[in-house]
Ligand binder design. Structure first.
Ligand code: GTP
Length: 342
């Protein structure tokens, strides 16, 4: 069985981190987020089709150098095609029933169970469902007791929401679904394809699950997933190798070859490889990019420093994203595609 992993987005809401790195390779506890997802694939998935576009070379290189335990194919889209277009573009690698997964979701979904329910329902499509409180920010499903989905309502007012469940970004699909998707254009699976399948077949089901679900779309969720996983593992901090830590860490994740100077406090933050944090620095709710430097006596709160940036001494920043280098060519100014409403 094949799993298509959608990993071609620009990740605009995670800039400046995504100016230099593919979103799916952004580390979570020092491991690319896409690897966390691949670890949840059941044994019956033997082939992973990586639907890539932006920063595809990085992804290709990563999978060449790191064995994920499954056959991987890098399927490079000529241009961003959205969730539907990217799925269609992977058609030549599909041999039967298949999975489509967003690369940027960390969750406790049991895919094996979802496939079982899909078969039991004789479904054309089954999508994972997660309950939310803030329904008005999402596409909400109209789901019946038996799991049959009869429609989607985009960003409803709470009183008009047909349920509390949203599309959680994992699909089990029959190959016939591919016939619904046009070739070569930007298509949203959720907005264009799923409604047609509901209308034509009625065999569209949802799979609810419990535990956790985190969509790593924004910096806040990127930091939150670190805190969550550290809590789950019952650890205070997470660290890579060759670090020189002379300050204090609290609920933080530190990469490799990082140096943190005397009297510095790093709290609820993520520090990438080769970063240098000087002395008497305070970081709280920050992400510090690879090879970046925060000089002595600086105070940063809720601030993101891109890769290869240097801050001079006594810098004070609150809720800022720091990027002084040219933007990568072709990088959009705003979100495109937007497969899941967030
Ligand atoms: P934003 O720009 O911040 O919205 O991020 P994004 O580009 O990643 O979009 P979004 O979070 O909505 O995408 C959800 C998932 O679909 C991510 O894993 C993306 O990598 C992936 N994705 C989005 N658009 C495309 C696309 O055109 N092609 C492919 N192959 N994947 C995509």
């Amino acid at each position: 069985m094949e799993a298509i992993i959608l990993a071609g987005g620009f990740g605009t809401r995670l800039r400046p981190l995504t100016y230099t790195k593919a979103k799916s390779l952004l580390p979570i506890l020092n491991k690319p987020m896409i690897f966390h997802l691949i670890e949840t694939l059941p044994d019956e998935v033997n082939k992973v089709v990586l639907a890539v576009n932006y920063r595809k070379d990085q992804i290709e290189k990563y999978f060449k150098e790191n064995d994920c335990g499954k056959e991987t194919i890098v399927n490079d889209e000529p241009k961003p095609l959205g969730t539907g277009g990217a799925t269609k573009f992977a058609e030549r690698h599909i041999t039967g029933r298949f999975l489509v997964l967003n690369a940027d979701v960390i969750c406790s979904l049991n895919l094996s169970e979802m496939i079982k329910i899909h078969k039991k329902n004789n479904a054309m499509a089954t999508i994972s469902l997660w309950p939310v409180e803030n329904v008005s920010e999402f596409g909400v499903v109209d789901v019946k007791e038996d799991g049959n989905i009869v429609g989607f309502v985009e960003k409803p007012k709470p009183e008009d929401a047909p349920s509390e469940f949203i599309n959680a970004g994992a699909y089990c699909l029959e190959p016939e679904v591919l016939d619904y998707i046009e070739t070569g254009r930007l298509i949203s699976m959720e907005k264009e394809i799923f409604p047609k399948i509901i209308k034509d077949t009625g065999r569209f089901f949802g799979f609810k699950f419990t535990g956790h679900w985190m969509d790593i779309g924004r910096i806040s969720s990127y930091l939150e997933v670190h805190r969550f996983l550290m809590r789950e593992k019952n650890i205070q901090n997470f660290q890579g190798e060759n670090n020189s830590i002379n300050g204090f860490l609290k609920q933080s994740c530190i990469g490799n070859n990082v140096s943190i100077g005397k009297n510095s406090n790093v709290e609820s933050s993520v520090v990438y490889d080769n970063a240098i944090i000087g002395e008497n620095v305070n970081l709280s709710g920050c992400v510090i990019g690879e090879n970046s430097k925060v000089s002595n006596f600086s105070n940063l709160k809720d601030t993101i420093l891109g890769d290869n940036e240097t801050l001079e001494e006594e810098t004070s920043l609150d809720n800022k994203a720091v990027w002084t280098q040219p933007k990568p060519e072709g990088y959009p100014d705003k979100q495109i595609g937007n497969p899941i409403e967030k």
